[in-house]
Design a protein around this ligand. Structure first.
Ligand SMILES: [Zn+2]
Length: 169
């Protein structure tokens, strides 16, 4: 009798657990649909030079004419999270910006030539220019970049996602 009761309880727990997992999946599917972002640069003047993979959880976008200085746009309404000025020429992101969006989303823009931020700014809108594309090899602020491009990362509650699934087509 008792043993049967225990079995039944553990069975119920499994059911509740799988229901929770299921709800979580539905929820993330909905978020995926709702979160739509604009492209961080002018699509017509750029192309993707490196896509998203397990070892590059970001996309790299470079200018067709290879010249630096293209404007970088915020992909969605945002709060400034981090604006990092770095003189590094060989390691890391170099100059980079992290923006916070609604529902735990963040985006990162790296290897910037310069950043358009003023002391005291708290928030901004989708499409605001936040900086300019850099990344020339060996230039201060480029970090480990070997050529002009923007390294664009997108995360949901700290977990990297493939930005290609979220762009407005
Ligand atoms: Zn990259």
């Amino acid at each position: 009798m008792l043993l049967r009761g225990v079995k039944e309880i553990s069975g119920d727990r499994r059911y509740v657990f799988s229901l929770q997992v299921c709800l979580f999946h539905i929820q993330s599917k909905i978020f995926k649909k709702i979160m739509k972002i604009r492209y961080p640069v002018d699509r017509k003047k750029t192309h993707i030079t490196q896509g998203y993979s397990w070892r590059h959880k970001a996309i790299d976008i470079a200018p067709l004419d290879k010249g630096e200085g293209l404007p970088i746009y915020a992909v969605e309404d945002f709060a400034w999270d981090r604006v990092v000025q770095s003189n590094s020429r060989w390691i890391g992101y170099g100059n980079h910006i992290i923006l916070k969006h609604r529902d735990g989303w963040t985006t990162l823009y790296a290897h910037l030539l310069s950043m358009k931020y003023k002391e005291g700014w708290k928030t901004g809108k989708a499409g605001d220019i936040i900086g300019y594309m850099g990344g020339k090899r060996g230039k201060p602020g480029s970090g480990k970049s070997t050529g002009v491009h923007v390294h664009f990362e997108m995360k949901s509650y700290g977990r990297p996602v493939n930005p290609m699934n979220y762009f407005i087509t």
